[in-house]
Design a protein around this ligand. Structure first.
Ligand code: SF4
Length: 330
């Protein structure tokens, strides 16, 4: 394992100062379920300085806010989210998604912030290949085995899929992320937070956080009236594995029957949680019915650009759209 130095700041400001001092060679350390593996794999981009934020007060909580929504501290464990009566009551689809992340043991260690900002799990990166994300100048995923960890919706430099489930499930609720930055608090939608492979501070990452910014919380607005939602996930094994394809779906009805608004977000198929606005436009005004899924599939993912070995991800995602619409129509 790569040798590192650890800081244990007691405030967000102190943590930001340390991150600023060391630049991109430092990184925030919370649950460690992604970061420690990057260190173990001795990746080029793995940090030399860890800024352990577990001792900072006020980063680990789930509470109602004044507007009837819920705010979740970034260092809150996934298991704490899964056990929260408040979240189970207000956003059962989110809890369903959290319960499908990895295994119970890892949910006890992983944090919400870590799930949102995790590094991709492309086997070439994790195997230490010198690819774009690891300080090199090519993408092995685009030309090698791309059957599992790679995008079926195209890419720029890196073709790895965004691996997190929490972001996919938070987007249908219009959740927002709060960031502490040296310039003050910044708020972003979850889509803005994880837009896919981006060059930030000279390195490729899936999120837009700069080296000295810290994700502090996620705010979920009060649930909309007449909202029906479902989360579906296909993976090789029933636990542990990342999604081959997933779908977070939410439909809001006027009268319990016709769809007024919707969010259709696929995971596991693209470098970002993939919001399928063509299906959302198609669903507007339609009556919930058993046939709706088949009709919606005809307009779904028309922009797919599968690589040599992953066209099946597109079929899986379309199958999830049919089963998701069947669930919310029942
Ligand atoms: S998909 Fe991304 S992480 Fe994988 S080899 Fe290509 S550049 Fe590296």
């Amino acid at each position: 394992m790569k040798k590192v130095s650890i800081y244990r700041p007691t405030s967000v400001n102190e943590a930001m100062q340390i991150l600023t001092e060391h630049g991109p060679s430092a990184a925030v350390y919370a649950g460690g379920t992604d970061l420690l593996i990057r260190l173990k794999n001795r990746l080029e981009q793995a940090p030399s300085y860890l800024v352990d934020i577990k001792k900072i007060d006020n980063l680990r909580y789930i509470k109602e806010d004044a507007q009837g929504g819920v705010e979740i501290g970034a260092a809150t464990k996934l298991a704490e989210m899964a056990d929260s009566a408040l979240l189970q009551n207000r956003y059962p689809m989110l809890v369903e998604a959290i319960n499908k992340i990895s295994s119970p043991e890892l949910r006890n260690a992983s944090t919400l912030g870590g799930d949102l900002l995790q590094e991709v799990w492309c086997q070439y990166l994790r195997g230490g290949y010198s690819c774009w994300r690891n300080g090199g100048y090519m993408c092995y995923g685009a030309i090698g085995d791309n059957s599992y960890y790679h995008s079926a919706m195209g890419g720029r430099l890196c073709y790895a899929v965004y691996p997190g489930d929490a972001a996919t499930a938070l987007i249908p609720f219009d959740a927002r992320a709060k960031l502490a930055t040296p310039q003050g608090v910044k708020e972003l939608s979850i889509e803005q937070l994880v837009p896919g492979d981006m060059m930030v501070d000279g390195r490729i990452q899936s999120h837009v956080l700069r080296f000295n910014e810290i994700l502090t919380s996620v705010v979920i607005p009060a649930p909309k009236a007449n909202l029906r939602a479902s989360f579906e996930k296909l993976r090789p094994r029933g636990v542990w594995d990342f999604a081959m394809a997933s779908l977070a779906l939410a439909v809001q009805t006027k009268d319990g029957k016709s769809i007024d608004d919707s969010r259709v977000v696929f995971g596991g198929i693209s470098g970002k949680p993939y919001r399928e606005t063509a299906v959302e436009a198609f669903l507007k005004g339609k009556a919930l019915s058993a046939e709706l899924g088949e009709q919606a599939v005809a307009v779904a993912l028309t922009g797919a650009a599968p690589l040599k070995y992953n066209a099946t991800k597109v079929d899986m995602a379309k199958g999830l759209l049919m089963s998701g619409l069947a669930r919310v129509s029942a």
